[in-house]
Ligand binder design. Structure first.
Ligand code: ADE
Length: 234
């Protein structure tokens, strides 16, 4: 599952440059017995199988190279993964991600091994693997040297608590839809204000929760007032 993800694009280039080292481990390597069993039936009865704590504890203890490395359990019960968390983990020398499974993971993993339990959204995946890929990708972008231009990360959606402004490239008119004139003005201060205004307007319309979550500068507040007046909001 991970080989395609790690063998292409920005992550592959970062690994080749040596700024990123992503290792995938198979829990079955820490099992006893010829069936290499990692799960068992739930105590108390019920559907499905539960991942046993033994192989997970052993695997984490074996791969942990940094005593400080955060151990993260991916599960739909976790706290929501976000850009702040991605940024925080990007400065760690090692982060250990444990992929759960939809039936469940023995509770002692979350309680006594993992430092954090995180979810990538309010939906249930068949396993934690796609969630781990999401987390790896989002964290990797904040690791210095992974994304070509650090500035492109700084201005992305959520980086400053707002959605990103719109971007356009050629052609100037596509199927009757023209690129906004301001972008051809050559006036970089004006373009900058326009982009900020667009980012604020888009965030206010699509993600008002983000607007409330952070203090805004005086300039942003007045832009937002203008936007609201135009939309005839209170
Ligand atoms: N495993 C299954 N569903 C998940 C989710 N939403 N987030 C993280 N890990 C998961």
């Amino acid at each position: 599952m991970f080989s395609g993800f790690l063998a292409a694009g920005i992550l592959e280039k970062a690994a080749a440059k040596g700024v990123l080292d992503i290792r995938v481990h198979d829990l079955r390597d820490w099992t006893d017995g010829k069936h290499r069993q990692v799960d068992d039936r739930p105590f108390g009865g019920g559907e499905g199988m539960v991942l046993m704590p033994g192989p997970i504890f052993k695997a984490v203890e074996a791969v942990r190279a940094e005593t400080e490395a955060p151990v993260v359990l991916l599960s739909p019960q976790g706290r929501m993964f976000d850009t702040e968390t991605a940024r925080a983990w990007a400065v760690c020398r090692q982060v250990i991600l444990i992929c759960g499974r939809y039936e469940g993971v023995d509770e002692r993993v979350g309680r006594h091994l993992a430092d954090a339990e995180v979810s990538i959204g309010d939906y249930v995946l068949t396993g934690g693997e796609p969630a781990a890929m999401v987390v790896v990708d989002a964290v990797a972008r904040f690791v210095p040297g992974v994304v070509g231009k650090a500035a492109s990360v700084a201005h992305d959606s959520f980086a400053e608590g707002l959605l990103d402004c719109p971007h356009y490239t050629r052609p100037r008119v596509f199927r009757g839809h023209a690129v906004p004139e301001v972008l051809f003005s050559g006036d970089h201060a004006r373009i900058g204000r326009w982009r900020r205004r667009q980012a604020l307007a888009k965030t206010a319309a699509l993600r008002p929760d983000l607007i409330g979550a952070r203090p805004l500068s005086a300039a942003d507040r007045s832009l937002l007032d203008e936007i609201r007046k135009e939309r005839k909001e209170p």
